[in-house]
Design a protein around this ligand. Structure first.
Ligand code: IMP
Length: 178
């Protein structure tokens, strides 16, 4: 186990890269099976999902497209629930199968707002693929189709996830030491 310091907080190894990659490959397998005839459009929600997106895409063997969007709402270690405008979606999603690729679903408010925004553009189907879910923090009823891992409520960093902009570069996931 290794311990890292980011600003005022210490974090310890929680999910090693090997385990993350194994679960990402499993999710990719499910998507390959379910969406092979849909030419899905993956919408990767930046910044947090960049590593997950890259590793997921490497395992996809179906015709598909990808676009990167941004919808930032998070500061410090608790979710504000405030959602900014969706930026970066320049193509039409009308009639398309869309797969949202997200780093983590915490309260689910960000995802709920994103779904509302996307539904207004008349896609055929919207699916959610997320690296992580904190099931005990979910405040809204969401149909999450693809989940790599469920985790407890603690704040985590690494593998794309940050604490105040830092820590995204770590290949393992770390959890805060209280
Ligand atoms: P939600 O709206 O509460 O579901 O928050 C979702 C967003 O909060 C995610 O996309 C992350 O950017 C951020 N977030 C939630 N939990 C964590 C965490 O433990 N570490 C880092 N970011 C987090």
């Amino acid at each position: 186990m290794s311990v890292i310091q980011i600003k005022d907080k210490r974090f310890k190894t929680f999910i090693p890269e090997e385990k993350i990659l194994q679960e990402v490959a499993r999710v990719a397998g499910e998507i390959n099976r379910d969406l092979k005839d849909c030419n899905p459009l993956f919408l990767s929600v930046l910044n947090g999902s960049f590593m997950f997106t890259a590793d997921l895409m490497k395992h996809l063997e179906i015709p598909c497209e990808i676009s990167f969007v941004k919808l930032a709402s998070y500061e410090g270690t608790s979710s504000s629930g405030k959602v900014k405008e969706l930026v970066g979606l320049n193509e039409s999603i009308e009639g398309r199968t869309v797969v949202i690729v997200e780093d983590i679903v915490d309260t689910g408010l960000t995802m709920q707002r994103l779904l509302e925004t996307l539904r207004a553009r008349n896609p055929k189907d919207i699916r959610i693929a997320t690296l992580l879910v904190k099931p005990d923090k979910l405040k809204v009823d969401l149909d999450i189709h693809y989940v790599a891992m469920n985790i407890p409520n603690d704040f985590i960093v690494g593998y794309g996830l940050d604490y105040d902009g830092l820590g995204r570069n770590y290949r393992d996931i770390y959890t805060v030491i209280e």
